[in-house]
Design a protein around this ligand. Structure first.
Ligand SMILES: [Cu+2]
Length: 176
């Protein structure tokens, strides 16, 4: 009888151990799936090839806190001219917009939080090292133009630094 009990116990232990092994395998296969996810996003990047590069850009914004374009593509080694319009009617104190091109690696969220404090400087932190170029802050019906040298090839971010706007007013600035 003792031998039988021991055998049952051994079978039981073996069952537990082999179950554990299966769970590990399951974990491995699910982590493999996670790694494959970025590949599925790639076609979205390819869509940008439909957008033609232009170094003379018209970008508009409105009372609904929206930019007219969220992907801008320019050629490197040349000047970039951005004409920025606010097609809305609201005053810049309540619905001000700007165009701020951030250096690579600058977090939109942390810059946005810092910028919100720079009330007296149109929401551009004084002496900031995070900005490549920016327009002034404009309100409804206003328009402004800036010119700057295109930065080196790569993908940059642009935002409106008016408090709370960067969540909706943001885009990619691609230099080819
Ligand atoms: Cu804005």
């Amino acid at each position: 009888m003792k031998l039988l009990k021991l055998t049952v116990l051994l079978i039981f232990l073996f069952a537990i151990l082999s179950c554990g092994g299966n769970e590990k395998k399951k974990e491995e296969s699910s982590s493999k799936k996670k790694i494959e996810t970025p590949k599925q996003i790639e076609p979205k990047v390819d869509l940008y090839s439909d957008i033609e590069a232009s170094n003379d850009i018209l970008l508009t914004s409105n009372d609904a806190s929206k930019y007219s374009k969220e992907i801008l593509k320019v050629e490197g080694g040349k000047k970039v001219k951005i004409t920025f319009k606010h097609t809305g009617k609201m005053n810049k104190k309540v619905m001000g917009h700007n165009f701020v091109l951030l250096k690579k690696g600058v977090s939109m969220a942390s810059f946005g939080k810092e910028a919100a404090k720079a009330v007296s400087n149109e929401y551009i932190p004084e002496n900031t090292q995070d900005v490549i170029a920016h327009t002034k802050l404009i309100g409804g019906g206003e328009e402004t133009t800036i010119e700057f040298d295109a930065p080196e090839a790569g993908t940059y971010r642009f935002i409106c630094s008016f408090p709370g706007h960067y969540a909706a007013m943001k885009g990619k600035f691609i230099v080819i």
